[in-house]
Design a protein around this ligand. Structure first.
Ligand code: F6R
Length: 603
Protein backbone atom coordinates (compact mmCIF):
# COMPACT_ATOMS: atom_id res chain seq x y z
CA UNK A 1 0.00 0.00 0.00
CA UNK A 2 1.12 3.56 -0.56
CA UNK A 3 3.34 5.34 1.95
CA UNK A 4 3.86 9.06 2.56
CA UNK A 5 6.61 11.11 4.14
CA UNK A 6 7.10 14.87 4.30
CA UNK A 7 9.58 17.35 5.77
CA UNK A 8 9.99 21.02 6.67
CA UNK A 9 13.39 22.27 7.87
CA UNK A 10 16.97 22.97 7.05
CA UNK A 11 18.66 19.62 7.62
CA UNK A 12 19.14 17.03 4.95
CA UNK A 13 15.68 16.93 3.29
CA UNK A 14 16.69 14.37 0.73
CA UNK A 15 18.12 11.99 3.31
CA UNK A 16 15.03 12.11 5.53
CA UNK A 17 12.64 11.57 2.63
CA UNK A 18 14.50 8.64 1.13
CA UNK A 19 15.19 6.92 4.46
CA UNK A 20 11.56 7.51 5.43
CA UNK A 21 10.35 5.82 2.27
CA UNK A 22 12.57 2.85 3.04
CA UNK A 23 10.87 2.48 6.43
CA UNK A 24 7.54 2.22 4.61
CA UNK A 25 8.78 -0.26 2.01
CA UNK A 26 7.14 -3.20 3.77
CA UNK A 27 3.73 -1.86 2.78
CA UNK A 28 4.39 -2.93 -0.80
CA UNK A 29 4.76 -0.51 -3.70
CA UNK A 30 5.60 -0.41 -7.36
CA UNK A 31 7.01 3.10 -7.87
CA UNK A 32 8.33 5.96 -5.77
CA UNK A 33 8.93 9.69 -6.03
CA UNK A 34 9.75 12.91 -4.22
CA UNK A 35 9.36 16.66 -4.72
CA UNK A 36 11.37 19.33 -2.94
CA UNK A 37 11.08 23.13 -2.84
CA UNK A 38 14.02 25.14 -1.51
CA UNK A 39 14.99 28.80 -1.93
CA UNK A 40 16.77 27.90 -5.10
CA UNK A 41 14.61 25.42 -6.75
CA UNK A 42 11.55 23.20 -7.15
CA UNK A 43 12.48 19.66 -8.21
CA UNK A 44 10.66 16.38 -8.69
CA UNK A 45 12.00 12.86 -9.21
CA UNK A 46 10.12 9.66 -9.90
CA UNK A 47 11.09 6.07 -10.61
CA UNK A 48 9.30 2.83 -11.31
CA UNK A 49 10.25 -0.17 -9.19
CA UNK A 50 12.42 -0.15 -6.09
CA UNK A 51 13.51 2.86 -4.05
CA UNK A 52 17.08 2.25 -5.17
CA UNK A 53 15.94 3.32 -8.68
CA UNK A 54 14.79 6.62 -7.20
CA UNK A 55 18.07 6.94 -5.28
CA UNK A 56 19.92 6.54 -8.55
CA UNK A 57 17.96 9.44 -10.03
CA UNK A 58 18.62 11.79 -7.11
CA UNK A 59 22.27 10.98 -6.60
CA UNK A 60 23.41 14.35 -7.98
CA UNK A 61 20.66 16.36 -6.28
CA UNK A 62 21.83 18.09 -3.09
CA UNK A 63 19.25 20.57 -1.80
CA UNK A 64 20.53 22.94 0.86
CA UNK A 65 19.09 25.51 3.26
CA UNK A 66 15.46 25.77 4.38
CA UNK A 67 13.03 23.73 2.37
CA UNK A 68 9.95 21.56 2.19
CA UNK A 69 9.67 18.11 0.67
CA UNK A 70 7.16 15.34 0.13
CA UNK A 71 7.72 11.75 -0.98
CA UNK A 72 5.66 8.70 -1.73
CA UNK A 73 5.72 5.01 -2.47
CA UNK A 74 2.85 4.11 -4.77
CA UNK A 75 0.95 0.87 -4.87
CA UNK A 76 -1.07 1.16 -8.06
CA UNK A 77 -4.84 1.35 -7.76
CA UNK A 78 -5.78 3.58 -10.72
CA UNK A 79 -3.49 3.19 -13.68
CA UNK A 80 -0.38 1.11 -14.24
CA UNK A 81 2.87 1.52 -12.30
CA UNK A 82 4.57 4.04 -14.61
CA UNK A 83 6.57 7.21 -13.93
CA UNK A 84 3.66 9.35 -15.09
CA UNK A 85 1.35 7.65 -12.63
CA UNK A 86 3.88 7.78 -9.79
CA UNK A 87 3.46 10.50 -7.14
CA UNK A 88 4.11 13.42 -6.59
CA UNK A 89 1.64 14.70 -9.17
CA UNK A 90 2.23 18.10 -10.67
CA UNK A 91 -0.14 20.90 -11.62
CA UNK A 92 1.44 24.07 -12.96
CA UNK A 93 3.30 25.03 -9.79
CA UNK A 94 2.30 22.54 -7.06
CA UNK A 95 2.89 18.90 -6.14
CA UNK A 96 0.75 16.43 -4.28
CA UNK A 97 1.16 12.97 -2.76
CA UNK A 98 -1.81 10.90 -1.64
CA UNK A 99 -2.68 7.58 -0.02
CA UNK A 100 -6.16 6.15 -0.38
CA UNK A 101 -8.74 6.42 -3.12
CA UNK A 102 -10.65 9.49 -4.32
CA UNK A 103 -13.97 7.91 -5.20
CA UNK A 104 -15.43 10.88 -7.10
CA UNK A 105 -12.31 11.64 -9.11
CA UNK A 106 -13.96 10.97 -12.47
CA UNK A 107 -16.59 13.71 -11.93
CA UNK A 108 -13.94 16.11 -10.61
CA UNK A 109 -11.63 15.38 -13.51
CA UNK A 110 -14.37 16.03 -16.06
CA UNK A 111 -15.20 19.32 -14.38
CA UNK A 112 -11.54 20.40 -14.28
CA UNK A 113 -10.89 19.38 -17.89
CA UNK A 114 -13.84 21.53 -18.91
CA UNK A 115 -12.20 24.41 -17.04
CA UNK A 116 -9.03 23.91 -19.11
CA UNK A 117 -6.86 21.68 -16.88
CA UNK A 118 -4.80 19.11 -18.69
CA UNK A 119 -4.24 15.74 -17.04
CA UNK A 120 -1.20 13.61 -17.75
CA UNK A 121 -1.72 10.56 -15.52
CA UNK A 122 -4.43 7.93 -15.14
CA UNK A 123 -4.59 8.43 -11.38
CA UNK A 124 -7.32 9.69 -9.10
CA UNK A 125 -4.69 11.73 -7.19
CA UNK A 126 -3.91 14.17 -9.98
CA UNK A 127 -7.35 15.75 -9.55
CA UNK A 128 -6.27 17.04 -6.12
CA UNK A 129 -3.44 19.22 -7.41
CA UNK A 130 -5.59 20.61 -10.25
CA UNK A 131 -8.45 21.33 -7.88
CA UNK A 132 -6.04 23.21 -5.62
CA UNK A 133 -4.63 25.36 -8.43
CA UNK A 134 -8.14 25.96 -9.75
CA UNK A 135 -9.40 27.27 -6.40
CA UNK A 136 -6.20 29.22 -5.79
CA UNK A 137 -6.96 31.32 -8.87
CA UNK A 138 -10.46 31.92 -7.53
CA UNK A 139 -9.65 32.53 -3.84
CA UNK A 140 -6.09 33.80 -3.97
CA UNK A 141 -5.35 32.21 -0.60
CA UNK A 142 -3.43 28.92 -0.56
CA UNK A 143 -4.99 27.43 2.57
CA UNK A 144 -8.53 28.42 1.64
CA UNK A 145 -7.93 26.91 -1.81
CA UNK A 146 -6.59 23.71 -0.26
CA UNK A 147 -9.44 23.53 2.25
CA UNK A 148 -12.03 23.99 -0.48
CA UNK A 149 -10.34 21.31 -2.61
CA UNK A 150 -10.38 18.83 0.28
CA UNK A 151 -14.04 19.51 0.95
CA UNK A 152 -14.78 18.36 -2.62
CA UNK A 153 -13.11 14.96 -2.14
CA UNK A 154 -15.04 11.77 -1.42
CA UNK A 155 -13.24 8.64 -0.29
CA UNK A 156 -10.17 7.89 1.76
CA UNK A 157 -7.08 10.05 1.77
CA UNK A 158 -3.95 11.21 3.46
CA UNK A 159 -2.62 14.11 1.40
CA UNK A 160 0.46 16.33 1.42
CA UNK A 161 0.72 19.25 -0.99
CA UNK A 162 3.51 21.77 -1.61
CA UNK A 163 3.30 24.74 -3.92
CA UNK A 164 5.40 27.62 -5.24
CA UNK A 165 2.52 29.86 -4.14
CA UNK A 166 3.56 29.19 -0.50
CA UNK A 167 7.04 27.70 -0.83
CA UNK A 168 7.68 27.36 2.93
CA UNK A 169 4.46 25.45 3.67
CA UNK A 170 3.19 21.87 3.57
CA UNK A 171 -0.60 21.50 3.32
CA UNK A 172 -2.10 18.27 4.65
CA UNK A 173 -5.45 16.50 4.95
CA UNK A 174 -6.54 13.19 6.41
CA UNK A 175 -9.59 10.99 6.12
CA UNK A 176 -9.50 7.21 6.47
CA UNK A 177 -5.78 6.77 5.70
CA UNK A 178 -3.23 7.32 8.48
CA UNK A 179 -1.19 10.52 8.76
CA UNK A 180 1.12 11.59 11.58
CA UNK A 181 2.88 14.93 12.19
CA UNK A 182 6.11 14.98 14.20
CA UNK A 183 8.37 17.79 15.44
CA UNK A 184 11.59 18.27 17.34
CA UNK A 185 13.66 20.92 19.10
CA UNK A 186 15.56 21.70 15.90
CA UNK A 187 12.43 23.30 14.45
CA UNK A 188 11.96 20.49 11.99
CA UNK A 189 8.48 19.19 11.13
CA UNK A 190 7.88 15.71 9.76
CA UNK A 191 4.96 13.86 8.21
CA UNK A 192 4.51 10.12 7.72
CA UNK A 193 1.95 7.35 7.29
CA UNK A 194 3.31 5.49 10.31
CA UNK A 195 5.67 6.02 13.25
CA UNK A 196 8.57 4.15 11.72
CA UNK A 197 10.08 6.94 9.53
CA UNK A 198 9.80 9.42 12.43
CA UNK A 199 11.75 7.47 15.04
CA UNK A 200 15.12 9.08 15.65
CA UNK A 201 13.93 12.35 14.06
CA UNK A 202 10.78 13.58 15.81
CA UNK A 203 10.64 13.84 19.60
CA UNK A 204 6.86 14.33 19.67
CA UNK A 205 4.05 13.26 17.35
CA UNK A 206 0.37 13.87 16.84
CA UNK A 207 -1.91 11.35 15.12
CA UNK A 208 -4.35 13.26 12.95
CA UNK A 209 -8.06 12.54 13.22
CA UNK A 210 -10.27 11.86 10.21
CA UNK A 211 -11.62 14.90 8.35
CA UNK A 212 -8.86 17.21 9.59
CA UNK A 213 -6.76 19.40 7.35
CA UNK A 214 -4.29 22.22 7.82
CA UNK A 215 -0.86 23.55 7.04
CA UNK A 216 2.59 23.63 8.61
CA UNK A 217 5.53 25.93 8.20
CA UNK A 218 8.54 26.62 10.41
CA UNK A 219 7.30 26.96 14.00
CA UNK A 220 3.66 26.78 12.96
CA UNK A 221 1.33 23.79 12.90
CA UNK A 222 -2.30 24.70 12.18
CA UNK A 223 -4.96 22.00 12.19
CA UNK A 224 -8.67 22.48 11.47
CA UNK A 225 -11.75 20.28 11.46
CA UNK A 226 -14.11 20.23 8.50
CA UNK A 227 -16.17 23.10 9.90
CA UNK A 228 -13.04 25.26 10.00
CA UNK A 229 -12.61 25.11 13.77
CA UNK A 230 -9.01 25.31 14.91
CA UNK A 231 -7.88 22.14 16.69
CA UNK A 232 -5.15 22.18 19.29
CA UNK A 233 -2.80 19.34 18.35
CA UNK A 234 -2.28 16.69 21.00
CA UNK A 235 1.47 15.98 20.79
CA UNK A 236 2.81 12.91 22.56
CA UNK A 237 6.44 11.94 23.08
CA UNK A 238 7.75 9.45 20.53
CA UNK A 239 10.13 6.85 21.83
CA UNK A 240 13.56 6.71 20.25
CA UNK A 241 13.61 2.91 20.65
CA UNK A 242 12.57 1.46 17.33
CA UNK A 243 11.52 -1.93 18.64
CA UNK A 244 9.47 -0.40 21.47
CA UNK A 245 7.87 2.09 19.12
CA UNK A 246 7.07 -0.61 16.66
CA UNK A 247 5.27 -2.55 19.39
CA UNK A 248 3.18 0.57 20.00
CA UNK A 249 2.65 -0.13 23.71
CA UNK A 250 1.64 -3.77 23.24
CA UNK A 251 3.39 -6.61 25.07
CA UNK A 252 4.12 -8.54 21.90
CA UNK A 253 4.02 -7.96 18.16
CA UNK A 254 1.40 -10.70 17.95
CA UNK A 255 -0.88 -8.73 20.25
CA UNK A 256 -0.31 -5.55 18.25
CA UNK A 257 -1.03 -7.41 15.04
CA UNK A 258 -4.29 -8.80 16.44
CA UNK A 259 -5.32 -5.25 17.29
CA UNK A 260 -4.28 -4.02 13.83
CA UNK A 261 -6.63 -6.41 12.05
CA UNK A 262 -9.49 -3.96 11.94
CA UNK A 263 -7.37 -1.35 10.16
CA UNK A 264 -5.49 -3.58 7.76
CA UNK A 265 -8.62 -5.37 6.65
CA UNK A 266 -10.04 -1.99 5.60
CA UNK A 267 -6.99 -1.70 3.35
CA UNK A 268 -7.67 -5.19 1.97
CA UNK A 269 -11.19 -4.12 1.10
CA UNK A 270 -10.28 -0.65 -0.21
CA UNK A 271 -11.08 -0.21 -3.89
CA UNK A 272 -12.24 -3.82 -4.18
CA UNK A 273 -15.67 -3.71 -2.58
CA UNK A 274 -18.26 -1.22 -3.79
CA UNK A 275 -21.88 -0.93 -2.76
CA UNK A 276 -23.00 -2.68 -5.94
CA UNK A 277 -20.36 -5.37 -6.33
CA UNK A 278 -16.73 -6.36 -6.06
CA UNK A 279 -13.89 -5.43 -8.38
CA UNK A 280 -10.45 -6.99 -8.71
CA UNK A 281 -8.38 -4.75 -10.95
CA UNK A 282 -5.57 -7.29 -10.94
CA UNK A 283 -7.74 -9.82 -12.81
CA UNK A 284 -8.70 -9.19 -16.37
CA UNK A 285 -11.96 -10.82 -17.29
CA UNK A 286 -10.47 -13.26 -19.82
CA UNK A 287 -8.08 -14.64 -17.23
CA UNK A 288 -10.81 -16.79 -15.77
CA UNK A 289 -12.34 -17.85 -19.08
CA UNK A 290 -12.54 -21.61 -19.42
CA UNK A 291 -11.86 -22.21 -15.73
CA UNK A 292 -14.06 -25.01 -14.41
CA UNK A 293 -12.47 -25.74 -11.05
CA UNK A 294 -10.07 -24.31 -8.51
CA UNK A 295 -7.19 -25.97 -6.70
CA UNK A 296 -5.79 -24.15 -3.68
CA UNK A 297 -2.37 -25.02 -2.29
CA UNK A 298 -0.65 -23.63 0.83
CA UNK A 299 0.97 -24.48 4.18
CA UNK A 300 0.04 -23.93 7.83
CA UNK A 301 -2.19 -20.99 8.58
CA UNK A 302 -2.40 -20.11 4.89
CA UNK A 303 -3.68 -23.64 4.26
CA UNK A 304 -6.42 -23.03 6.83
CA UNK A 305 -7.37 -19.85 5.00
CA UNK A 306 -7.43 -21.92 1.80
CA UNK A 307 -9.73 -24.52 3.35
CA UNK A 308 -12.10 -21.78 4.52
CA UNK A 309 -11.88 -20.10 1.11
CA UNK A 310 -12.95 -23.30 -0.63
CA UNK A 311 -16.19 -23.33 1.38
CA UNK A 312 -16.86 -19.75 0.29
CA UNK A 313 -15.98 -20.34 -3.36
CA UNK A 314 -18.19 -23.41 -3.68
CA UNK A 315 -21.08 -21.93 -1.73
CA UNK A 316 -21.11 -18.58 -3.53
CA UNK A 317 -19.92 -19.37 -7.06
CA UNK A 318 -20.70 -23.11 -7.34
CA UNK A 319 -17.24 -23.67 -8.84
CA UNK A 320 -15.66 -26.84 -7.39
CA UNK A 321 -12.71 -25.92 -5.15
CA UNK A 322 -10.19 -28.34 -3.63
CA UNK A 323 -7.42 -27.58 -1.18
CA UNK A 324 -4.10 -29.34 -0.65
CA UNK A 325 -1.16 -28.99 1.69
CA UNK A 326 1.71 -27.92 -0.57
CA UNK A 327 4.23 -30.44 0.78
CA UNK A 328 1.78 -33.29 0.05
CA UNK A 329 0.76 -32.00 -3.34
CA UNK A 330 4.33 -31.85 -4.63
CA UNK A 331 5.06 -35.55 -4.42
CA UNK A 332 1.73 -37.18 -5.13
CA UNK A 333 2.00 -37.04 -8.90
CA UNK A 334 -1.24 -35.05 -9.09
CA UNK A 335 -3.65 -35.13 -11.99
CA UNK A 336 -3.86 -31.57 -13.27
CA UNK A 337 -6.12 -30.05 -15.89
CA UNK A 338 -5.67 -26.74 -17.67
CA UNK A 339 -9.31 -25.99 -16.86
CA UNK A 340 -8.24 -25.68 -13.24
CA UNK A 341 -7.10 -22.36 -11.78
CA UNK A 342 -4.20 -22.98 -9.41
CA UNK A 343 -4.28 -20.68 -6.39
CA UNK A 344 -1.44 -20.46 -3.87
CA UNK A 345 -1.73 -18.61 -0.57
CA UNK A 346 1.27 -17.38 1.37
CA UNK A 347 2.00 -14.60 3.83
CA UNK A 348 5.73 -14.46 3.13
CA UNK A 349 5.66 -15.41 -0.53
CA UNK A 350 8.81 -17.46 0.12
CA UNK A 351 7.51 -20.77 1.53
CA UNK A 352 9.51 -23.40 -0.32
CA UNK A 353 6.77 -26.04 -0.65
CA UNK A 354 4.17 -23.54 -1.83
CA UNK A 355 6.59 -22.02 -4.31
CA UNK A 356 7.51 -25.43 -5.73
CA UNK A 357 3.85 -26.43 -6.00
CA UNK A 358 3.24 -23.21 -7.93
CA UNK A 359 6.12 -23.98 -10.31
CA UNK A 360 4.76 -27.49 -10.87
CA UNK A 361 1.33 -26.14 -11.73
CA UNK A 362 2.88 -23.65 -14.16
CA UNK A 363 4.92 -26.38 -15.83
CA UNK A 364 1.69 -28.30 -16.33
CA UNK A 365 0.19 -25.30 -18.14
CA UNK A 366 -2.27 -24.19 -15.45
CA UNK A 367 -3.20 -20.56 -14.94
CA UNK A 368 -1.90 -19.44 -11.56
CA UNK A 369 -3.01 -16.90 -8.99
CA UNK A 370 -1.17 -15.97 -5.78
CA UNK A 371 -2.77 -14.53 -2.68
CA UNK A 372 0.20 -13.05 -0.90
CA UNK A 373 1.25 -10.39 1.59
CA UNK A 374 4.72 -9.57 0.32
CA UNK A 375 5.00 -7.81 -3.00
CA UNK A 376 7.92 -8.85 -5.18
CA UNK A 377 8.38 -12.08 -3.21
CA UNK A 378 9.31 -15.25 -5.10
CA UNK A 379 5.71 -16.46 -5.21
CA UNK A 380 4.44 -13.11 -6.49
CA UNK A 381 7.08 -13.08 -9.21
CA UNK A 382 6.26 -16.63 -10.24
CA UNK A 383 2.44 -16.42 -10.35
CA UNK A 384 0.55 -15.15 -13.40
CA UNK A 385 -1.50 -12.81 -11.23
CA UNK A 386 -1.36 -11.76 -7.59
CA UNK A 387 -3.95 -10.45 -5.19
CA UNK A 388 -2.00 -8.73 -2.43
CA UNK A 389 -3.50 -9.08 1.02
CA UNK A 390 -2.19 -5.70 2.25
CA UNK A 391 -1.72 -6.79 5.89
CA UNK A 392 1.53 -4.85 6.27
CA UNK A 393 4.60 -6.40 7.79
CA UNK A 394 3.80 -9.28 10.16
CA UNK A 395 6.48 -9.78 12.79
CA UNK A 396 4.90 -12.28 15.17
CA UNK A 397 5.79 -15.78 14.05
CA UNK A 398 2.22 -16.87 14.73
CA UNK A 399 0.22 -15.49 11.86
CA UNK A 400 -2.85 -13.40 12.74
CA UNK A 401 -3.49 -10.36 10.56
CA UNK A 402 -2.10 -12.17 7.53
CA UNK A 403 -4.73 -14.87 8.04
CA UNK A 404 -7.53 -12.31 8.48
CA UNK A 405 -6.60 -10.52 5.27
CA UNK A 406 -6.16 -13.78 3.34
CA UNK A 407 -9.69 -14.71 4.38
CA UNK A 408 -10.99 -11.37 3.22
CA UNK A 409 -9.28 -11.66 -0.17
CA UNK A 410 -10.70 -15.17 -0.57
CA UNK A 411 -14.19 -13.97 0.30
CA UNK A 412 -13.93 -11.11 -2.22
CA UNK A 413 -12.51 -13.51 -4.81
CA UNK A 414 -15.38 -15.96 -4.21
CA UNK A 415 -17.85 -13.12 -4.76
CA UNK A 416 -15.97 -12.02 -7.86
CA UNK A 417 -16.37 -15.52 -9.30
CA UNK A 418 -20.01 -15.58 -8.28
CA UNK A 419 -20.59 -12.23 -9.97
CA UNK A 420 -18.95 -13.48 -13.14
CA UNK A 421 -21.31 -16.46 -13.19
CA UNK A 422 -24.35 -14.37 -12.22
CA UNK A 423 -25.31 -13.98 -8.58
CA UNK A 424 -28.69 -13.17 -7.12
CA UNK A 425 -28.64 -9.40 -6.34
CA UNK A 426 -30.02 -9.93 -2.81
CA UNK A 427 -27.31 -12.46 -2.01
CA UNK A 428 -24.65 -10.11 -3.40
CA UNK A 429 -25.91 -7.20 -1.38
CA UNK A 430 -26.07 -9.30 1.82
CA UNK A 431 -22.48 -10.46 1.30
CA UNK A 432 -21.24 -6.91 0.63
CA UNK A 433 -23.04 -5.60 3.64
CA UNK A 434 -21.38 -8.27 5.78
CA UNK A 435 -17.92 -7.55 4.31
CA UNK A 436 -18.25 -3.85 5.06
CA UNK A 437 -19.04 -4.65 8.71
CA UNK A 438 -15.88 -6.69 9.26
CA UNK A 439 -13.40 -3.83 10.00
CA UNK A 440 -15.60 -2.51 12.82
CA UNK A 441 -16.24 -5.94 14.21
CA UNK A 442 -12.51 -6.66 14.39
CA UNK A 443 -11.90 -3.76 16.76
CA UNK A 444 -10.89 -5.49 19.98
CA UNK A 445 -13.26 -4.58 22.79
CA UNK A 446 -11.55 -4.06 26.13
CA UNK A 447 -14.20 -6.15 27.92
CA UNK A 448 -13.75 -9.13 25.62
CA UNK A 449 -9.97 -9.08 25.91
CA UNK A 450 -10.19 -8.76 29.69
CA UNK A 451 -12.59 -11.69 29.92
CA UNK A 452 -10.30 -13.90 27.81
CA UNK A 453 -7.32 -12.83 29.90
CA UNK A 454 -9.15 -13.90 33.08
CA UNK A 455 -10.43 -17.16 31.60
CA UNK A 456 -7.02 -18.15 30.28
CA UNK A 457 -5.77 -19.09 33.76
CA UNK A 458 -8.05 -22.15 33.74
CA UNK A 459 -6.51 -23.51 30.58
CA UNK A 460 -2.83 -23.89 31.34
CA UNK A 461 -2.71 -27.64 31.84
CA UNK A 462 -4.78 -30.68 30.90
CA UNK A 463 -3.95 -33.37 28.42
CA UNK A 464 -5.15 -31.58 25.39
CA UNK A 465 -7.45 -29.20 23.60
CA UNK A 466 -9.98 -30.02 20.91
CA UNK A 467 -11.10 -27.05 18.87
CA UNK A 468 -14.27 -28.12 17.10
CA UNK A 469 -16.46 -26.54 14.45
CA UNK A 470 -18.57 -27.46 11.46
CA UNK A 471 -18.54 -26.30 7.85
CA UNK A 472 -16.26 -23.23 7.43
CA UNK A 473 -15.84 -23.16 11.22
CA UNK A 474 -13.94 -26.44 10.98
CA UNK A 475 -10.88 -24.79 9.30
CA UNK A 476 -11.22 -21.99 11.84
CA UNK A 477 -11.04 -24.68 14.55
CA UNK A 478 -7.86 -25.98 12.89
CA UNK A 479 -6.44 -22.48 12.94
CA UNK A 480 -7.42 -21.93 16.59
CA UNK A 481 -5.65 -25.16 17.55
CA UNK A 482 -2.55 -24.25 15.52
CA UNK A 483 -2.36 -20.80 17.16
CA UNK A 484 -2.57 -22.35 20.60
CA UNK A 485 -0.08 -25.14 20.05
CA UNK A 486 2.58 -23.05 18.37
CA UNK A 487 2.85 -20.42 21.08
CA UNK A 488 1.72 -22.28 24.25
CA UNK A 489 3.33 -25.66 23.43
CA UNK A 490 0.14 -27.33 24.71
CA UNK A 491 -1.30 -30.12 22.63
CA UNK A 492 -4.25 -28.92 20.59
CA UNK A 493 -6.14 -30.35 17.65
CA UNK A 494 -8.80 -29.02 15.37
CA UNK A 495 -11.63 -31.38 14.47
CA UNK A 496 -14.85 -31.32 12.50
CA UNK A 497 -17.41 -31.49 15.31
CA UNK A 498 -19.34 -34.29 13.61
CA UNK A 499 -16.23 -36.46 13.51
CA UNK A 500 -15.67 -36.62 17.29
CA UNK A 501 -17.79 -39.70 17.81
CA UNK A 502 -15.75 -41.58 15.21
CA UNK A 503 -12.82 -41.90 17.58
CA UNK A 504 -11.55 -38.78 19.34
CA UNK A 505 -14.40 -38.73 21.86
CA UNK A 506 -12.63 -41.66 23.55
CA UNK A 507 -10.26 -39.04 24.98
CA UNK A 508 -13.03 -37.08 26.69
CA UNK A 509 -12.59 -36.45 30.43
CA UNK A 510 -12.48 -33.29 32.60
CA UNK A 511 -8.86 -32.67 31.60
CA UNK A 512 -9.77 -32.59 27.91
CA UNK A 513 -10.67 -29.05 26.99
CA UNK A 514 -13.14 -28.59 24.16
CA UNK A 515 -13.22 -25.17 22.54
CA UNK A 516 -16.51 -25.18 20.66
CA UNK A 517 -17.16 -22.73 17.81
CA UNK A 518 -20.93 -22.41 17.81
CA UNK A 519 -22.22 -19.87 15.27
CA UNK A 520 -25.91 -19.09 15.30
CA UNK A 521 -26.13 -18.77 11.51
CA UNK A 522 -24.66 -22.09 10.43
CA UNK A 523 -25.66 -25.55 11.69
CA UNK A 524 -26.18 -24.35 15.25
CA UNK A 525 -28.38 -27.29 16.31
CA UNK A 526 -25.91 -29.79 14.82
CA UNK A 527 -22.87 -28.46 16.65
CA UNK A 528 -24.91 -28.09 19.81
CA UNK A 529 -25.62 -31.81 19.90
CA UNK A 530 -21.96 -32.62 19.16
CA UNK A 531 -20.93 -30.48 22.14
CA UNK A 532 -23.61 -32.07 24.33
CA UNK A 533 -22.12 -35.49 23.54
CA UNK A 534 -18.72 -34.29 24.73
CA UNK A 535 -20.15 -32.67 27.82
CA UNK A 536 -21.98 -35.91 28.68
CA UNK A 537 -18.53 -37.57 28.71
CA UNK A 538 -17.28 -34.91 31.12
CA UNK A 539 -15.03 -32.96 28.76
CA UNK A 540 -14.57 -29.36 29.97
CA UNK A 541 -16.36 -27.11 27.51
CA UNK A 542 -15.49 -23.55 26.54
CA UNK A 543 -18.24 -22.41 24.16
CA UNK A 544 -17.80 -19.41 21.85
CA UNK A 545 -21.17 -18.34 20.55
CA UNK A 546 -23.70 -15.51 20.35
CA UNK A 547 -26.23 -17.90 21.96
CA UNK A 548 -26.01 -18.65 25.69
CA UNK A 549 -25.25 -22.34 26.20
CA UNK A 550 -26.20 -23.66 29.64
CA UNK A 551 -24.03 -26.74 29.75
CA UNK A 552 -20.79 -24.93 28.88
CA UNK A 553 -18.28 -24.73 31.74
CA UNK A 554 -17.05 -21.44 30.32
CA UNK A 555 -18.69 -19.20 27.79
CA UNK A 556 -17.39 -16.37 25.59
CA UNK A 557 -20.25 -14.44 24.08
CA UNK A 558 -19.77 -12.90 20.68
CA UNK A 559 -22.13 -10.34 19.16
CA UNK A 560 -25.25 -11.54 17.43
CA UNK A 561 -24.94 -11.14 13.66
CA UNK A 562 -27.04 -12.25 10.73
CA UNK A 563 -24.18 -13.54 8.56
CA UNK A 564 -22.03 -16.53 9.47
CA UNK A 565 -18.85 -14.81 8.19
CA UNK A 566 -19.32 -12.04 10.73
CA UNK A 567 -19.41 -14.74 13.39
CA UNK A 568 -16.35 -16.34 11.76
CA UNK A 569 -14.24 -13.18 12.01
CA UNK A 570 -15.30 -12.48 15.57
CA UNK A 571 -14.53 -16.04 16.65
CA UNK A 572 -11.17 -15.77 14.89
CA UNK A 573 -10.38 -12.83 17.14
CA UNK A 574 -11.40 -14.83 20.21
CA UNK A 575 -9.25 -17.87 19.42
CA UNK A 576 -6.25 -15.65 18.64
CA UNK A 577 -6.59 -13.77 21.94
CA UNK A 578 -7.12 -17.00 23.86
CA UNK A 579 -3.90 -18.52 22.47
CA UNK A 580 -2.05 -15.27 23.19
CA UNK A 581 -3.20 -15.02 26.82
CA UNK A 582 -2.55 -18.68 27.60
CA UNK A 583 0.96 -18.43 26.12
CA UNK A 584 1.72 -15.21 28.02
CA UNK A 585 0.61 -16.80 31.31
CA UNK A 586 2.90 -19.74 30.58
CA UNK A 587 5.78 -17.28 30.21
CA UNK A 588 6.54 -18.08 26.59
CA UNK A 589 8.13 -15.83 24.00
CA UNK A 590 4.97 -15.33 21.99
CA UNK A 591 6.65 -13.58 19.07
CA UNK A 592 9.41 -16.10 18.67
CA UNK A 593 8.13 -19.51 19.71
CA UNK A 594 10.67 -22.27 19.98
CA UNK A 595 11.57 -24.26 16.87
CA UNK A 596 9.64 -22.00 14.48
CA UNK A 597 10.67 -19.54 11.77
CA UNK A 598 8.63 -16.82 10.15
CA UNK A 599 9.59 -17.68 6.63
CA UNK A 600 10.02 -21.38 5.83
CA UNK A 601 12.29 -21.40 2.82
CA UNK A 602 13.29 -25.05 3.09
CA UNK A 603 11.05 -27.99 2.39
C1 F6R B 1 1.38 -20.27 11.72
C2 F6R B 1 2.14 -19.82 10.58
C3 F6R B 1 2.59 -20.83 9.60
C4 F6R B 1 2.56 -20.27 8.18
C5 F6R B 1 3.17 -21.26 7.20
C6 F6R B 1 3.08 -20.78 5.77
O1 F6R B 1 1.01 -19.21 12.54
O2 F6R B 1 2.41 -18.65 10.43
O3 F6R B 1 1.84 -21.99 9.69
O4 F6R B 1 1.24 -20.00 7.84
O5 F6R B 1 4.52 -21.47 7.52
O6 F6R B 1 3.72 -19.56 5.62
P1 F6R B 1 3.36 -18.56 4.45
O7 F6R B 1 1.97 -18.12 4.65
O8 F6R B 1 4.37 -17.47 4.58
O9 F6R B 1 3.52 -19.33 3.17
Amino acid sequence: MCGIVGYIGSNDIKEFLIEGLKELEYRGYDSAGMAVITDEDMRVFKAVGKIRNLEEKIKDFSPSGEGVGIAHTRWATHGKPTELNAHPHLGEFSYVVHNGIIENYKELKKELEKAGHRFVSQTDTETVVHLFEHYLKELNDPFRAFDKSVSRLEGAYAILLITKAAPDTVFFAKNGSPLIIGKNEKEEIFFASSDAPLIGHASEVTYLEDKTRGYCKKEQISIFDESGKNIKPDFKPLTADKELAQKGGFRFFMEKEIYEQSRVISETIMGRVKSDGVELEELNREFLDGIESIKICACGTSYHAGLSGAYLIERLSRIPAHVEIASEFRYKDPVLSDKTLFVVISQSGETADTLEALKMAKRSGLKTLAICNVDNSSIVREADITLLTRAGIEKGVASTKAFATQMMVLWIFALYLAQKRGINPQTLSKEIDAILHIPKLLQVKAGLHEKIKRLSKRYLHGHGFFFIGRDIFYPLALEGALKLKEISYLHAEGYPAGEMKHGPIALADPELFTIALMPKNLLYEKIKSNVEELSARDSTILAISPEPFEIADDFIKIESHDHYMMEYFEMMLVVQLLALEIAIRLGNDVDMPRNLAKSVTVE
